[in-house]
Design a binder for this molecule. Structure first.
Ligand SMILES: [Zn+2]
Length: 417
């Protein structure tokens, strides 16, 4: 009895004993992730892993550590909506050669370095959409980051991703060899595979609603709407979101009706398809930077005339915005270098999106689409203190995002001026 009383008193005293460290951040201005303009003269108080207060006159305890950030804007950490930490730029090694030729240990070691580069660039969360042949290694990487073994962003992982039997790659001379880039499954096997991936650690289910069936062919639908609907139902019931790779109108149409949360790429989306996305609340992750990078690897130097692929992206991005579709910030990082995530934001702006909208998309917008808004994506008391400070004002000039001076994740300083 006496021991119990002592334990109870100890437990009651714990909150006072475990005083969380308190930090007061004093930048020139704060972009809160939701407002269209930055707040001049705001300060942000961080206690432990959370934001405790934000505003013009924040009262800080006497023992708070003060970090002055002159000339800088404090904002929420960026959320990358479409990355592949287990891939590296295709102009270094082609996708086929990475998937077929690079051993898992090498790919994992690269992914560790990519995770660090991503975090240092101010990206504090990534939705990593498939290991492309590296199995469930993303689950291990995520665990290593969460346990503080290696630095990296918070990860939402897709594990192997799902493709219809026979529809993906890489192709080898043996037509009977399994396609190693993702898990092949359909019908009842697809249902089992979704469950297997969820049980294995997937936070998000990703499937390919269309793809080229043979090298050189255009993309055509792969799964039926019923197959995708069954997969989506299982994922949603398990509290997971669903991302569909789709670039053809028919592939997009089936995925939208199946109830997916996001469409990746959407290259040939029409006004009608984007209206349907808007009606069904499906967001578009346009991956502008992937098309731009692949065009450049093919010899384009960025000058006019733009290649057809880039013109299609401009057109579909504009049509999606005109229809009022929620736009996710996700560039397909891995096609180009990790840590260069800002390229997608630069292209969103270049293709016509006002800068404040680009910044909202990369913070509170992605948090909402990925169902993280109760924890991440804005500067508001109670949310996790994932914060970055950049030199300049990104609401006026995105180049500020290439001058990241402070990175904080869950209240821990990863990088400071
Ligand atoms: Zn991708």
């Amino acid at each position: 009895m006496r021991i119990l009383t002592a334990l109870l008193l100890f437990a009651l005293a714990l909150p006072a004993m475990a005083q969380a460290p308190v930090l007061l951040l004093r930048p020139d201005r704060v972009f809160d992730g939701e407002s269209r303009t930055a707040h001049a003269g705001w300060q942000v108080l961080v206690r432990g892993d959370r934001i405790a207060a934000a505003g013009p006159d924040v009262a800080a305890p006497a023992d708070a550590r003060v970090i002055d950030l002159p000339g800088m804007t404090l904002m929420p950490g960026l959320i990358e909506g479409h990355s592949h930490l287990f891939l590296h730029p295709y102009n270094e090694t082609s996708w086929d050669d990475q998937v077929l030729g690079e051993p898992l240990a090498l790919r994992t070691a690269r992914a560790v370095a990519h995770a660090r580069a991503t975090l240092m660039a101010g990206v504090t969360t990534v939705r990593d959409l498939g290991t492309e042949g590296a199995g469930y290694a993303d689950v291990g990487l995520k665990d290593a980051i969460d346990q503080g073994i290696v630095p990296g962003p918070r990860m939402l992982v897709a594990t192997r991703a799902l493709v219809a039997t026979g529809s993906y790659g890489p192709r080898t001379p043996d037509p009977q060899a399994p396609l190693l880039g993702a898990e092949e499954a359909d019908g009842a096997n697809l249902v089992a595979a979704v469950r297997r991936q969820i049980g294995g650690g997937a936070d998000v289910i990703k499937f390919y609603a269309d793809y080229r069936w043979r090298p050189g062919e255009p993309s055509r639908p792969t799964f039926t709407m019923e197959e995708m609907r069954a997969a989506t139902e299982i994922a949603h019931a398990a509290g997971r979101t669903v991302a569909a790779h789709a670039s053809t109108p028919e592939g997009m149409h089936r995925a939208i009706l199946a109830g997916v949360d996001t469409i990746e790429h959407g290259n040939a989306g029409t006004a009608e398809i984007f209206r349907l996305m808007r009606q069904r609340g499906v967001a578009l992750c346009p991956t502008l930077a992937a098309t731009d990078a692949i065009s450049r690897y093919g010899g384009w130097n960025g000058a006019a005339p733009e290649p057809q692929g880039v013109r299609d992206k401009r057109a579909s991005f504009a049509a999606a915005r005109a229809a009022g579709v929620a736009i996710c910030m996700g560039g397909d990082a891995g096609v180009y270098a990790h840590g260069e995530n800002v390229r997608e934001m630069e292209l969103m702006a270049d293709y016509g999106m006002p800068l404040p909208e680009v910044l909202v998309a990369a913070t509170s917008g992605n948090a909402r689409i990925f169902r993280l808004a109760d924890r991440l994506g804005a500067i508001r008391p109670g949310l996790l203190a994932d914060l970055i400070a950049v030199e300049g004002d990104p609401t006026r000039d995105l180049a500020a995002l290439r001058r990241v001076r402070l990175v904080m994740k869950g209240g821990a300083l990863i990088r400071e001026p």
